[in-house]
Design a protein. Structure first.
Length: 613
């Protein structure tokens, strides 16, 4: 067996070997080798070129497979060689390059060097027409498959753009889509489609006949964290052994499957991939992953390696919790009278963010322990430096309507180590008196029926899942920040920030008077701004406070435009506002959420409706 094949087989089996980072390239901007939103990739193996579409720069950039910039083409517009949010990209056997434009309802055809050859498609719902074309792929006969995000269907064309057939409609059933995002084709010309809104992959015969689907619960449309589950997958690519690589965007990983949907491997973390949008595989099985956050680079190249063992590169999955974490939650000594969480040790302090991250409506108890003799350095607002040994505890519980009791499910522990943050989850025992340390290499699910009578599975995250939100910056702890702490929680008589400052855990004076606070013209606006900061800002605005000026383009928030004019909010028109569409459809926030926040959806509707046109 060739060494590269042996490395792949062992890496996917988890027995030895790995993928290791070869190089990365790209920076934020509008120049050569600069990106604002890399969105689709394709490889011309004959030339050794990688094509990358950038939907916010409205161009296509071309690199050699070592990452050297070669050339680019495209500007914003509707003419030849102009784009209005280019989506996917594909290359046929003759080297022709096909690029759909989301907002000018067409597919353009180019030579390998970017020379304009023609186009096909127009705005509409009929055969050969598009509303929002995005994904595209080519089969062995050079036929094209184009996915339409807005009409939820896929159309097949010949190499010149002549319509052959179409299939699909809106829904979550077999052969239905909630936005077909990306397409790839195997050696038998079977068609694989990322059905992003349904968190699954579907497989079709060349004539559009549905064959199978996979994802959480067999592809029922719900997001999940387990191997084989998806959380807003974006792109897929197939190697010459018909292995299917899927960028599982909000699980911050790559997953690999066989053509029957069997899961082969999951690898990667937010520290390697950031938010992986695109993936392509070359003939030597190197992986090219595009990340709009530029975590290691806007495009990264990874190669299979026999020398890299598990725990290196993409194979790292934190298979063991920190060695000195006690087997029971009580072992920390933070809660002397478990299961009572209100009685805490003298060096432990309760806190509550003013706006919580939504987790299926769960109740949460939060605590922080700062080692004796140390202080939190707060010189830069909301980018605080925590001393080694600082420990955060967050207990998640649900109230049962039938018993009118609150059942704790898990306690998450985050501790600042000497080098980086350490993560662990404790699952509460059946008797509810203590919680036991989980291995944490994989997420676990617990069946829950909440106070509203809704039944679902609560996800206890793996350590890799924890990294997705908390591992972006060494100084960042979600919810423990100036604007979140500056309020008086229910049941308390003084401002929480004043109380924590009085406990002498900060290295300099900080009170409610001189601290930052979320503001708004009305109470409703203030509440919505705070809620968006807690539930959106961490991913979409680098955890800074959002400026919710209603005419700010979505591109400025790192949120792809979808069904409206490309703006976050449409004043006076909630149903036309992308952010309302996402929340009301249950698509945001995406991590571990299965129950929609109905109260906030109503508030959001009122808020947007009240805005002057």
């Amino acid at each position: 067996m060739p060494a590269v094949q042996e490395a792949i087989e062992k890496a996917l089996a988890g027995t030895a070997g790995s993928y290791e980072l070869v190089n990365s390239w790209g920076s934020y901007g509008t120049g050569d080798a600069e990106f604002r939103m890399p969105y689709g990739t394709a490889i011309n193996d004959d030339k050794g070129w990688l094509y990358v579409t950038d939907c916010y720069n409205h161009n296509v950039q071309v690199f050699d497979l070592a990452g050297n910039f070669l050339f680019k083409w495209g500007t914003l517009g509707d003419g030849p060689s102009e784009f209005n949010f280019p989506g996917g990209v594909t290359v046929n056997s003759e080297g022709r390059v096909y690029v759909p434009g989301e907002h000018n309802q067409r597919v353009q055809i180019f030579t390998a060097e970017g020379e304009y050859l023609g186009q096909f498609g127009s705005k509409g719902n009929g055969d050969g027409e598009f509303q929002q074309p995005l994904g595209i792929a080519v089969d062995s006969m050079d036929n094209l498959y184009v996915g339409d995000l807005k009409t939820h269907r896929v159309q097949k064309f010949d190499a010149d753009g002549n319509f052959i057939l179409g299939f699909g409609s809106e829904g979550s059933g077999d052969g239905e889509f909630l936005g077909p995002y990306n397409i790839a084709i195997d050696k038998a010309d079977n068609v694989y489609i990322v059905d992003r809104g349904n968190n699954r992959v579907q497989k079709f015969a060349p004539d559009g006949t549905f064959l199978l689907k996979w994802g959480r619960n067999g592809g029922d449309g719900t997001p999940g964290l387990r191997d084989g589950d998806f959380n807003w997958p974006h792109e897929l690519s197939i190697d010459d052994q018909d292995r299917i690589y899927v960028s599982d965007t909000y699980n911050y990983r790559i997953q690999v499957f066989s053509t029957d949907g069997s899961h082969l491997a999951s690898f990667g973390t937010v520290k390697e991939f950031g938010v992986p949008k695109t993936i392509s595989v070359d003939r030597n099985y190197n992986l090219y992953v595009a990340d709009p956050h530029g975590t290691l680079g806007y495009v990264t190249r990874w190669k299979p390696s026999l020398s890299a063992g598990r725990g290196e590169g993409l194979a790292r999955d934190f298979t063991q919790p920190p060695l000195d974490f006690p087997p029971k939650l009580s072992g920390f000594g933070a809660f002397p009278y478990l299961p009572e969480l209100s009685q805490i040790a003298a060096d432990v302090h309760a806190y509550a963010p003013e706006w919580e991250l939504w987790t299926n409506g769960a109740a949460k108890d939060r605590h922080i322990r700062v080692p004796e003799g140390t202080r939190i350095e707060i010189g830069k607002s909301d980018h605080w430096i925590f001393p080694t040994g600082t420990t955060f505890f967050k207990t998640i519980a649900y109230r049962d309507r039938n018993t009118d009791t609150t059942r704790p499910i898990e306690t998450r522990v985050i501790r600042r180590g000497k080098i980086e943050w350490e993560y662990a989850s404790y699952k509460w025992d059946a008797d509810g008196n203590d919680a036991s340390l989980l291995n944490g290499s994989r997420p676990e699910y617990v069946a829950v029926t909440n106070a509203s009578g809704q039944s679902f599975e609560h996800a206890i995250p793996s350590r890799n899942n924890c990294l997705a939100c908390h591992g972006r910056k060494s100084s960042f702890i979600l919810g423990f920040e100036e604007v979140q702490l500056n309020h008086t929680p229910t049941g308390e008589s003084i401002n929480q920030l004043d109380r924590l400052a009085a406990a002498n855990i900060f290295d300099q004076p900080l009170t409610a008077v001189n601290a930052a606070r979320v503001t708004g013209k009305t109470d409703l606006e203030r509440r919505m701004r705070g809620y968006m900061h807690a539930n959106c800002g961490v991913c979409h605005n680098n955890d800074e406070m959002w400026d919710f000026t209603h005419d700010v383009p979505l591109a400025d928030f790192n949120v792809p435009s979808r069904r409206n004019n490309g703006h976050l909010l449409s004043p006076g028109h909630p149903e036309e506002s992308t952010i309302y569409q996402l929340f009301s459809a249950g698509m945001m926030p995406p991590i571990g959420v299965q129950v929609r926040d109905a109260t906030t959806i109503v508030d959001m509707h009122e808020w947007i409706a009240s805005m002057p046109n």
